[in-house]
Design a protein around this ligand. Sequence first.
Ligand code: ZN
Ligand code: ZN
Length: 354
Amino acid sequence: MKNIEKYLSLLGEQADGLLLTSRYSRHYGAEYDIAEGVAIVSANGCRYFTDSRYIEDAENGIRGFQVIMTDRAHPYSQLINEAIADFGITTLGFEENYLTVAELRDFEEKLNAKLIPMHKGISSFRAVKEDWELDNMRKAQAITDKAFSEMLGRIKPGMTEKELQAELIYCLYKNGGEGLSFDPIVVSGPNTSLPHGVATDRVIQEGDFVTMDFGVLYHGYCSDMTRTVAVGYATEEMEKVYNTVLQAQLAGLSATRAGVAGREVDAAARQVIIDAGYGDYFGHGYGHSLGLEVHETPSPNAANDQPMPAGAVASAEPGIYLPGKFGVRIEDVVIFTADGYENITASPKNLIIV
Ligand code: ZN
Ligand code: ZN
């Protein structure tokens, strides 16, 4: 089914039109990425508005929508009202998770249709990926794999975390990344106990763990992976914690299958960490879905009691973080299938000492 047909299937009792304002939903509906714009979907026609910076690209790339340019004399609200009149729209579903209060008030004041919050329905289709989306995600994850293998030759004592982060970003773009799915996390030594620490001027030393969590955009789709490596050597305790996290991830992967509740996957991994005595040091969820956004739903975490669908793409990222000492996280991205999963991350997971 074309994505625009999925959006059309939402129309009926609740709303007879959709107002797509987020880049993600416009990309999903038009199957083409334009940084800025607004789109209208209705059974009587679909329109895509963008400004002079993007109009040529939009006219060439977007199918299924009439493309119209906005400018000072033709603001979005006026163009939307013309579509409302032409298509006979009375109720317009909108994405409440992506509009500011000011934007919503402006639309409410100016638009000649009732606005209905429909983020949940509009975003729901993204939980299960189409084959062409999976291809983009495999490619994005392959780029991160390549960047990681190059980074192994670049991590040296004496470098700062910020220098390492700069090298990582360079490797991500050089290997085909079209953007970053988020600011890469690069932490070392005691900073590795900060799950989402920010790179500092700390100098990397022998005996440090270095954790790198990073991803790229490829045709708008995100990749995400984490590896923790040791510099020079690892102590017995570092090895023990590393292997516990690895065993936890493998246990999570063993439980990964379409039809299994998200929380069961989380529990399988978490139990390994609890059994090893580190239960208090794994504060975050086991994983999250990703796609056009780096954090989507449904997620394999403790809060999700719903079965994971086939075609969901989610991270597998347990961690142990010992404050003041060090932390370890290992993250792959997998596709849920009827009989298990496809791991689209190829980088090795044994403890690497650089
Ligand atoms: Zn990550
Ligand atoms: Zn992640």
